[in-house]
Each structure stands twice: as C-alpha cells, then as structure tokens.
Design a protein. Structure first.
Length: 543
C-alpha cells in the first residue's frame, strides 16, 4: 500500500483522554511502519500532555502543528522535540465561505438592539483559574450591567447554548461580546489533576474552585497555556466589538485597537461598560478588526491548508524520509493480520462469486475480527511484562487445564491483569522505566491486597511504610486494587516506546477482577507468584 501522507486530526487525537484510546492506540500502530510524512493537528495539548507526546512519538509523527511555541511547547513535547518538526498554528481559523455568507447580511454595529452578548459554559476545575474566567466574566458583567441599566443577553446555562448558524445571528444582535483567551492554567500530564479533583468533589460535591485549589499541589494552577479562540475570529467577521480580558492573544489582537481590555480582576468593569455605551467607539474597533484581521487574508483556513500542503510537497521533492518510531514488531503482526483478511476475502469471493454480497461482507468481517485478535493476542503473549511475574506461566497453564476456570475467567482479561501486575511489580521493585514508585497494603481479615502509586522523585513522601511479611499461606484474596490516582488516569507499561497503554478510569484505579476470580480456585498459585516476584506486604501505619 502506497501512502503519500497521513494527517492525524484533533478529533482523533482527543481520544487520548477517552476510554476508547487503549483500543484505538493498538489499532493505529500500523501507521508507525509508514515512511511517508505524518502530520498531527492536536488541540488542548496541555491535557494528558505526556500521553499525547508518547503517542505521536510512537506513531513516528514527522510534523506537528502546535498552538504553542518556546518553553510552553517544550513542556508538552519532551520525547518528540528531537524527532519531529513543529509548525505554529491557531486553535481555529476564519472559514472564508461562512465569512462571505455573513458579510451579505451584516447589521451595522451602532444599530444593534443589545449592548453586550455572551454565552459560555462552566468548565471543569482541572482547567484551572483560566477556565473559570470563561463564566466569571459573564457573571460579573451581567450583575453590573443590571445595576446600571445596560442591555445584555448573557448566560452561562447549558440550556441557553446557541448552535449552528444561529450563533452568528446572535453575535450580530449585540454591539459587543465578552471573551478571554482560551486554554488552561494547568498542565495535566496524565490526567492526575482530573483524578484528584474528581475525588475531592466525590466527597464534597459543593466545593468551590478556591476550596479545591487549596487542596491541590503547590503551583498546580500556575501555567499559561493560553491561545486565541475561534470565537475571536467569529466576532471579527460579524463586526462585533470584543471586550476581552487583557492578554497576549498570540500577537494577533491588540488592545484598544482590536478589543476593549478588561482587567483580570474585573476592577475596571464600570469603565468598560461606559466605553461599550460609546457607539462610535465600538463601531470603530469592530471595523478595524474586520479590516486588519479578516480582510488581511492571513487567518483563514486557506492559510492552514497551504501550510499543510507545503509540508507534503517538501516531502515529495526532498530526500526520502527515514522510517521513524517503534512498533515495528506490532506493525508487522498487524500487517500480517490485515493481509490475512484480504487473502481470506479474495478466497471467499473466488469460491462463491455469486454469493449474496451480505454473506461475503459477513465473511470478511469475521476474518478481520479473527485475524486482528490473533495479532493482538500475539502482542500480549510477547509482552515482557506478562512474564515479569515468575508464576505467570503456571497461572496460564492452570487456566488452560481447567474448563471450570475458563468458564469464569476470560484469557484476555487474565493476561491483561498479569501485564498490569507485572508493571506494578516493576515499579514496586524499582525496575523498568516507570517514573513512579508503588507502596503496598494488605488486610488479611478482609482479603484485600492494595497497591498505591506515588511520584518516584518524592522520595517516598506520602507512601505508607512496607513490612516484609512471612511466606506462609495467606487468607483468600477477595480484592486486588491498584490506586494510580496520584499519577493520573493513564499508564503506559513502556513509556516512550510502543506498548499496551491502559486507561484506569476517572478515579485512576485498576481492579484485578479476572485474577481475583482465578484466585478463588488457585489462590496459592497467585500468592506464590506475588512472593516470587518480589512483592512485600504491609499495612498502613505499621513500622
């Protein structure tokens, strides 16, 4: 198969914080074996940033269109920095077709019936104080506008959301619109901030952002991953004057020329409302932004398309690119699986050229599913972490030899548990590439075995002390849980290289349910495997 280029859009890359990511990551590993240009267009790069960096490096991405530059970009892309080429882009551009359609029905700024319009949602706390600005600016301005008799259409309620083409009509009903830079003041490397906040709110759902912030790590809200928003360009093409929180706006929007500035603490809100009442001023600012930003032609999707074409064209006329990224082994396994699918479909068509198309399609789908499962199964069986526990072979042999066990424990689930447990034991014993340590706890009365992750660079701060326990048989295992919440909601067994990443859920916990079901009839095998692999049991608070 000859491929000239691959473009990974943000609608795909945003799956990195979804439970679908684990499957999608495996299914796309074949891309790593392609030698063509591979272009990534990520968004929200600060959200699960390490996972994004790993994924793009794993796929051998050659070019990244990033919203950020300089030190901000370095924070996000530590692995890809020396491998790929970066290009500056925006979170959104002006849609020239929409802009031309809107221009045919523009309403004069001075003739609009409402002084200030705005719509925004309440973003989750893990976007930090910058995310809270989006609804706070609406609340503050609405309250002062009501007190001063200023006409507004401002809401942060979900039920008042405006979608589709009606959004542009809404903008043209007001002389000014509120706004701030998009982005986040939080760097959430693997979802660890989200997990912590989820847990705090699970205990006390009514906590304010300030109350939550006081219980978060120092400096968690101290970043500045700010950027232009597509909303800013939408206001420009509708000739709506913008009232924006003071910021850089990537050098495109300049205060007093393209927008009326509002201080971050809202201390000048009355002055801003007075200026919005000046119809000549709002129209002048709106016209200037329209001419210098939209009519300049610099910020349309045509510009983005041209930049992407330039990358593809340079690759066509330049020297052949080397194959990048790992995953060669898996790519070949997956390639053979796909080839098997194609051969199977050809044989089915040749054998039954007149068979109804629905049966041929069904046969093709069955072959795809079988071939792909064989590929994934081979990948699992050849994963070193599966054999990290010295008793893994005995556990799998016991599974194969017992029909009763096979009825209640799936092989894929059991192997997945063993792979993840191998990773936990690696971290527990200071092996492998993990950037975290693991502490253990064991409650024989409840039959609960627990593992808890903590940052390795913390020197073990916050981790309960472990006590080496005797090798005598333990009580039945009723529960095995790994709490990775302090590190995030995702884990990769082999950071920086292709591997079986695992989404641990919004609480950052992994439950070894298959291994527990297996232990109902083979608990001694599980205990022996744990002890042989260096497990040490201990209770919290013991010494």
């Amino acid at each position: 198969m000859s491929v000239d280029g691959v473009i990974l859009h943000t609608t795909l890359l945003c799956l990195r914080w979804s439970e679908l990511f684990e499957r999608m990551r495996r299914e796309l590993l074949w891309i790593s074996d392609l030698s063509c240009p591979k272009i990534a267009l990520p968004q929200d790069e600060y959200d699960h940033s390490e996972l994004l960096d790993e994924w793009l490096a794993e796929l051998g991405v050659t070019d990244v269109f990033s919203v950020f530059e300089g030190s901000k970009r370095d924070l996000v892309y530590s692995r890809l920095a020396g491998r790929g080429t970066f290009h500056k882009c925006f979170t959104g551009y002006i849609d020239e077709v929409t802009a031309r359609e809107v221009s045919s029905r523009l309403v004069s700024t001075s003739a609009r019936p409402v002084d200030v319009v705005y719509r925004a949602s309440h973003l989750p706390y893990w976007f930090g104080s910058q995310g809270q600005l989006k609804h706070r600016i609406g609340s503050v301005v609405l309250q002062r506008a009501l007190e001063r008799g200023v006409r507004t259409d401002i809401s942060t309620r979900v039920e008042d959301t405006i979608l589709g083409g009606s959004w542009f009509d809404f903008l043209m009903s007001g002389r000014a619109v509120l706004g701030c830079e998009s982005g986040s003041s939080v760097l959430d490397r693997r979802g660890e901030m989200q997990v912590r906040i989820h847990r705090l709110l699970a205990r006390e759902p009514e906590m304010t952002f300030e109350e939550v912030s006081r219980q978060m790590p120092d400096g968690w809200d101290g970043y500045a991953f700010f950027a232009l928003s597509p909303r800013h360009f939408e206001a420009v093409i509708t000739k709506t004057c913008q009232v924006l929180i003071e910021g850089e706006y990537e050098g495109v929007f300049k205060q007093e020329r393209h927008y009326i500035p509002m201080k971050r603490d809202f201390s000048n809100v009355d002055e801003v409302l007075d200026r919005v009442g000046d119809r000549r001023l709002t129209q002048e600012i709106a016209e200037t932004a329209y001419e210098e930003i939209y009519l300049s032609g610099k910020y349309g999707y045509t510009t983005l398309a041209r930049d992407i074409e330039n990358v593809l064209c340079r690759a066509q006329i330049g020297a052949p690119r080397s194959r990048r990224g790992g995953a060669g082994t898996f790519g070949r396994v997956a390639g053979r699986a796909l080839a098997a699918r194609d051969r199977g479909a050809e044989r089915l068509t040749e054998a039954s050229p007149h068979a109804p198309s629905r049966w041929r399609k069904l046969g093709d789908r069955i072959r795809v599913r079988v071939a792909w499962r064989l590929a994934v199964g081979k990948r699992l069986l050849t994963t070193p972490l599966l054999w990290q526990m010295r008793g893994s072979r005995r556990i799998l042999a016991a599974w194969f030899s017992s029909r009763q066990v096979r009825r209640v424990v799936g092989l894929g689930e059991l192997m997945s548990d063993l792979v993840i447990l191998g990773l936990v034991l690696d971290a527990l014993n200071g092996r492998g590439e993990c950037d975290f340590g693991v502490a253990t706890r064991y409650d024989p009365e409840r039959g609960e075995l627990g593992f808890e992750s903590y940052p390795r660079d913390s020197g073990g701060a916050g981790a309960p002390p472990d006590v080496v326990m005797s090798t005598t048989p333990r009580a039945p295992l009723l529960s095995i849980i790994w709490d990775h919440g302090m590190m995030g909601s995702w884990v990769s067994p082999r950071p920086g290289r292709p591997g079986l990443g695992k989404w641990l859920g919004p609480d950052g916990q992994y439950r070894f349910d298959a291994l527990v079901r297996f232990a109902r009839s083979h608990d001694q095998l599980v205990w022996e495997a744990l002890l042989a692999s260096g497990w040490r049991g201990g209770r919290r608070g013991s010494s």
